[in-house]
Design a protein around this ligand. Structure first.
Ligand code: ARG
Length: 391
C-alpha cells in the first residue's frame, strides 16, 4: 500500500491536496499532520473536521510551547527581522515540517507532501527539512500548477467547505508570532489594504489613551509583563491582545523572496513589534558599542538563514552560539508606550547596564572634561592632514 504524510493546515491548498494525492498520485492512504503553533482555535477545529472527512488518518500536534522556546526565544535574542518582516511564517515552517517527518518515521512512511506553491519561500523551508530524510517529496500545488480559481471549484466538487471565496481570496498564515495576509487585490502593491484584512489589530486611533507596559528580560528572553512573571506563550498572547487594541504591529511591504520574486506582503504582529523594540532597547543599555555593531551583522545573517529555512545549516547553530553568549547581560526591564499604532520605549533599567549616570551627567564632576582635549585634537586628524596638503 502506498502511503503519504501531508503537512496539513486545514486551509484551501492543503485540503485540496488530500484528494489530489489519491486521484493524481495514486496514494491509497493519506495521513495528515496538523501542527498547532498558535493559529486560531477555529482554524485547528476546522482542520480537524476537514481531515476527519477527507484523510485516512490524522494527527494534531500541539507545538506551541516548543515553538516559543526553540524558535521565538532565539528570534527575540537575535532581533529577527528580514527586510522589516518579523519572520513569523518563516520561523514556524521547519518545526511544522519536522513534526510531519516525525510521524512519517514513526509509521515507516516514505512519502512526504506539502501544499506550497512553486512561487513562494515555504516550499524551500519545508523541503530543507523533508529532503534531509530518504523520503520522496511531493508538492502537488507546485507540480500540478493549479490556479486558485480552479482549486476553489475542485474543493467544492469534493465537498470541501474551504474558508475562502472568490471575492475575498486572502491567503492567511497565522501563528502566535504573526499573521500574514497575501493575495487578491493586495497583489497590486499600490492598492491600499482594506481594514477587513486585519484580524489582530484595531485601526490606530489618536483618541485612544496611551498605555504603558513593562517587559522584564532575563538573558535576552522576556520573562515578565508589568512585574508579573509568566511563560513566553502567555506573555506573547497577552501582548498581542494589548498591542492589537492600540493598532500596534502592522507591516505593509514589498519583500524579496528567496527565488528573487518581489512580493507585496501584509503582516500583523503586535507582540513581536513590542518585544523586538524592547529587546533592542535593552541591548543598547547593556552591550558595548563594539558588541552592538558586530551583533547587527550576526542578527542579519541569522534572519536570512531563518527566512530561507536553512536552520539545519551549521551556520545557524554557530550564529545562535554567538547570540546566546551576547545575551548574558541582557537582563532588566523596558517600559513601552503603546499609542496610535506605535510602540515606543520610554524607559529602561538593568542591573548590568553599561550606562554610567555619574559620568555622563551634565552635573557630574567624576570625569575631568579637560582630559578629552587631547582626544579631540586627534579626532578627524587625517581629514585635516589632507586639507593641509591641499588635496
Ligand atoms: N512572505 C512570508 C514568508 O515568506 C509569508 C508567507 C505566508 N504565506 C501565506 N500563505 N500567507 O515567510
Amino acid at each position: 500500500m502506498s502511503e503519504v504524510v501531508l503537512a496539513y493546515s486545514g486551509g484551501l491548498d492543503t485540503s485540496v491536496c488530500i484528494p489530489l494525492l489519491r486521484e493524481r498520485y495514486g496514494f491509497d492512504k493519506v495521513v495528515t499532520v496538523l501542527v498547532d503553533v498558535g493559529q486560531p482555535r477555529s482554524d485547528i477545529e476546522r482542520g480537524n473536521l476537514r481531515a476527519k472527512q477527507l484523510a485516512d488518518e490524522h494527527y494534531t500536534i500541539d507545538a506551541r510551547e516548543e515553538f516559543v522556546k526553540t524558535c521565538l526565544f532565539p528570534l527575540i535574542k537575535a532581533n529577527g527581522s528580514y527586510e522589516g518582516y518579523v519572520l513569523g511564517t518563516a520561523i514556524a515552517r521547519p518545526l511544522i515540517a519536522s513534526k510531519a517527518v516525525q510521524i512519517a518515521k514513526q509509521k515507516g512512511i516514505k512519502n512526504l507532501a506539502h501544499g506550497c506553491t512553486g512561487r513562494g519561500n515555504d516550499q524551500l523551508r519545508f523541503e530543507a527539512i523533508f529532503r534531509a530524510t530518504d523520503c520522496r517529496v511531493i508538492a502537488p500545488m507546485r507540480e500540478l500548477d493549479l490556479a486558485r480559481e480552479w482549486e476553489i471549484d475542485y474543493a467544492r466538487e469534493h465537498g470541501i467547505d474551504v474558508p475562502v471565496t472568490k471575492d475575498k481570496p486572502w491567503s492567511i498564515d497565522e501563528n502566535i508570532w504573526s499573521r500574514s495576509i497575501e493575495g487578491g487585490k493586495l497583489e497590486d502593491p499600490y492598492f491600499e489594504p482594506p481594514e477587513e484584512i486585519y484580524g489582530w489589530t484595531k485601526t490606530p486611533r489618536g483618541d485612544r489613551a496611551p498605555q504603558i507596559v513593562e517587559i522584564g528580560f532575563e538573558l535576552g528572553i522576556p520573562v515578565s509583563l508589568d512585574g508579573v512573571r509568566m511563560g513566553g506563550l502567555e506573555l506573547i498572547e497577552k501582548l498581542n491582545r494589548i498591542g492589537g487594541e492600540h493598532g500596534v504591529g502592522r507591516t505593509d511591504m514589498v519583500e524579496d523572496r528567496v527565488l528573487g520574486l518581489k512580493a507585496r506582503e501584509n503582516y500583523e504582529h503586535p507582540a513581536a513589534t513590542i518585544l523586538l523594540a524592547a529587546h533592542k532597547d535593552l541591548e543598547h543599555l547593556v552591550l558595548s558599542r563594539a558588541e552592538l555593531k558586530f551583533k547587527i551583522m550576526v542578527d542579519e545573517a541569522w534572519s536570512e538563514m531563518v527566512y530561507m529555512g536553512l536552520v539545519e545549516d551549521p551556520l545557524y547553530a554557530d550564529l545562535n552560539a554567538f547570540v546566546d553568549q551576547s545575551q548574558k547581560r541582557v537582563n532588566g526591564s523596558v517600559k513601552m508606550k503603546l499609542y496610535c499604532g506605535n510602540a515606543l520605549s520610554v524607559g529602561r533599567q538593568s542591573p548590568d547596564a553599561l550606562y554610567a549616570q555619574d559620568m555622563v551627567s551634565f552635573d557630574s564632576q567624576t570625569l575631568s572634561q579637560k582630559d578629552a582635549e587631547g582626544f579631540a585634537k586627534y579626532h578627524g586628524f587625517q581629514a585635516r592632514l589632507l586639507r593641509r596638503k591641499g588635496i
